[in-house]
Ligand binder design. Sequence first.
Ligand SMILES: [Zn+2]
Length: 478
Amino acid sequence: MPKTNAKHDDCQVFTNVATELSVKPRKSGQGRKSKIPHIAQGELTECSQNVIFPQVTVAPALNHSVNSTGNELQIDSTKTPKFVKFSEKKESSLKLCAFAEKTITLAGLDIAVEDGEIPIGPYMKDRTLKRIRDCSKWVIFATPENFEKLRKIGGFVCNNAFCPICAAYQSRRDGLKYCIMLDGAQDLIYVNVLELYDLDTAVNDYVLKAMKHGVEYVMFELTTPNVKGDKLKDEEKKYAKAFHNLCRWFEREVPEYLGFIRKLEVTYNKQKIITQDMWDGTGKYNSPWKYKFSRMGLKVGDRNPYYDTYHPHYHVIMAVTPDFFYTDDEGKECKKITRELLLEKWRYYMGNPNITQVHIQKVYNKRGEGNSATAEIGKYVAKDSDYLHSPKVFKTFYESLKGTRRVTFGGIFKVMNTLFKERKLDMYYPIDETVYKWKISYVWEGKYIENYRVLLTSEQAADIAGMKYSEANDTDDF
Ligand SMILES: [Zn+2]
């Protein structure tokens, strides 16, 4: 069994918070040391390198708070909608652990490890599983008075890609990152690149093209017919290869091409019977299946032929120069690459003439706010409601996604990704105008319990609102 106290560097960002908080671990019910911080009143506490919490008002009792006039309020923060959502993710992560234990840990695989010999994976180590189980066992949020936002400013996170809590935060961070990259690339035409960034950036061919012509975006979705679980991994490999070749074609044949962000998403069809929603493309379905089903002679209530199949697909944002779009004789806006041409190329590189579904559309980038493209591409690789359908489905998702590159960047986005990592795009972070009132700590004891609540001073609240996510580790709203 792995040790309770994982190595410091292994605990990633949030254990830093624990150490910086001058935490005195308290004994948990099992009598072993817990990572849960219990902060005594008056201690100098620090939540990140930039935010310091000196002694402040501490609420007198759990689930109670005191307003500025001294009246006691009875707000159970664990019942607020955002927090309920957060708790559900915690429940999901425990469900994942139960599934993993049955299917992808060494015990689950029923493999005896002799002489330390490790079987060929992918499988999940007990230690990884324990980290996921412990994820967000304690967590600290900053919230405004109405609890409309939960900004995470401390806690233990496992940072596992399959953890539903961490994946939800990751998708928020990714969406924000892509939004910043899109804004930054569009500004290349206006700024002094050499002065603002560096020489490498200023001499990059794609950057030079963007500086001269400007940048627009087009998004598209590449799909193939659904596959059974045992074919999923192979299909993903095919996608990666075909996309690589498609991009080479863009580079060669499309002079307006500047680069791409590409993300893999996998969904699972768990619908045994054709429902009305599925037929109409309503509810959780983005597009109607009625055309396909009626061609197959099927109707609502029939057995769904796609039941228990997987649907890998790519979401792509492509940067192009404005010439990519033009107006035809009838005044209609057209794209240099039509849907038909994209479909033809995708069929060719995938080596599959049965592909019928590709979508392409212009992106209207609202600066600083993101757009449908960044929202789409920042989304989960796989929804926990899909991969937690059953242990078998989870195993299929795990085995096919483990070690797969889910997001890749090309051309100008490679440059923007480097600049983002070097913190040179920090000026594009949207401003958080939330007025934070409370710093609240929760512990998981079969359900979340409010551990303590601290009234923030206006300086502390402003510091939290001004945190970049890299400073605050994992701070964005849930
Ligand atoms: Zn996690």
